[in-house]
Write a new protein. Structure first.
Length: 352
């Protein structure tokens, strides 16, 4: 496979994302000559892939969201200091899904006030989204990602060969984020996902590399324009997430993130039809595509919409008494629309 490169342009914090197959040698070459390399991985990914990177030190956390915790971070600090090898030239290799990327990224952001790290995403979600952009975080009892820092990686290596072992449900769930990217910023990508749907489901490496390249190119543009999420441009990445987050909160453990986002996307499309002129044919097209991937496209019959609105009202991205919903007037274009949390919003989210 031909390798592709996306440059994330952030002045002195700029970096490249390499997309290809079997990139461990290139990761090793990138970190060679620096200080000690600390590879952070989880209990699923580490045993499969850590050896290929021959890092000086390998640290492991339990797989799963609960590892994005202060306790786990403390354990990592202890392990790093115990090596006696840490200095400012040290580099962290985050090998894993978004959990490892966020946790190891925050470790790198805080050790010695910030050392370099590289992302080696192993889940599709991490490849198309979380490994690029420099958002690092751990969770707190008060909420997800409440403690964190913007700390850009020094490089990202997207090795599509690593996706072969990703559990099916995790893989399919991330396809919702791919569809999201197409809807908010890349009409050609939506065509490509449709024509390549069967190849994507079969995890064809060439198709994956192409689609991941499109997603990263889009995210790189957004991040370059709004690195710290201050100008509002980065907010369009939340398409489908407003209801998605509410569903994850109301039904803990029922949905993977991408599954909740898939339902959220369908609702946001209906809202877009009702309030920003989206063609109904697009809604039907995207719902069919998500359905083809086996993703849920309807909220549960018994959803308590009042509880969903209450959750949205408490969401940290709220501004005043309205929620800024991301809507798509057409494929590939998104904007935020302030919406009052009332019955008419529920009606429009359920059906245009
Ligand atoms: N920083 C950001 O910009 C950003 C963006 C989106 C999401 N996130 C965060 O990402 C996290 C979710 O990421 P995720 O979906 O990758 O979850 P994850 O890291 O928990 O990975 C999902 C599961 O797949 C396993 N896995 C990963 N790669 C594998 C592989 N190649 N082979 C076998 N098993 C593999 C993991 O061990 C885990 O059990 C959340 O914590 C979320 O907050 C961050």
């Amino acid at each position: 496979m031909k390798q592709a490169r996306v440059h994330v342009s952030l002045g002195p914090r700029s970096y490249d994302v390499l997309i290809g197959e079997n990139l461990a040698d290139q990761v090793r070459a990138f970190v060679a000559g620096a200080g000690a390399a600390y590879l952070v991985s989880d209990s699923n990914v580490g045993p499969l892939y850590a050896d290929a990177f021959s890092a000086a030190h390998t640290l492991s956390v339990s797989a799963g969201e609960s590892s994005k915790s202060a306790a786990e971070l403390q354990r990592l600090y202890d392990a790093v200091f115990a090596t006696g090898d840490l200095d400012r030239r040290a580099v962290i290799i985050a090998l894993g899904g978004g959990v490892v990327g966020d946790l190891a990224g925050y470790l790198a952001a805080t050790l010695l006030r910030g050392i370099r790290y590289v992302q080696v995403p192993t889940s599709l979600l991490a490849m198309v989204d979380s490994s690029v952009g420099g958002k690092t975080a751990i969770n707190h009892a008060a909420g997800k990602n409440l403690i964190g820092a913007f700390h850009q990686p020094a490089a990202v290596f997207c090795d599509v060969a690593l996706l072969a072992t990703l559990p099916e449900r995790e893989y399919v769930s991330a396809l919702a984020e791919v569809v999201k990217t197409a809807m908010v910023g890349d009409a050609a990508l939506l065509d490509r996902i449709e024509t390549g749907a069967a190849a994507l489901l079969a995890r064809d490496p060439e198709t994956l590399a192409e689609v991941i390249h499109a997603c990263i190119s889009f995210k790189a543009r957004i991040v370059a324009a709004d690195e710290l999420e201050t100008s509002g441009q980065r907010a369009i990445l939340n398409f489908g997430h407003t209801l998605g987050h509410a569903l994850e909160a109301i039904y803990p453990g029922r949905y993977l993130h991408g599954e909740a986002v898939a339902i959220g996307i369908c609702a946001a499309l209906k809202l877009s039809e009702a309030r920003s002129g989206l063609d109904a044919a697009v809604t039907a097209r995207v719902i069919a595509l998500l359905g083809r991937f086996g993703l849920p496209v309807q909220p549960p019959q018994d959803l308590d919409w009042a509880a969903a609105l209450a959750y949205m009202a408490a969401d940290k991205k709220r501004q005043g008494s309205v929620v800024a919903f991301v809507v798509t007037p057409e494929v590939g274009r998104a904007e935020t629309l302030p919406c009052k949390l009332d019955d008419s919003l529920v009606r429009d989210l359920k059906h245009a």
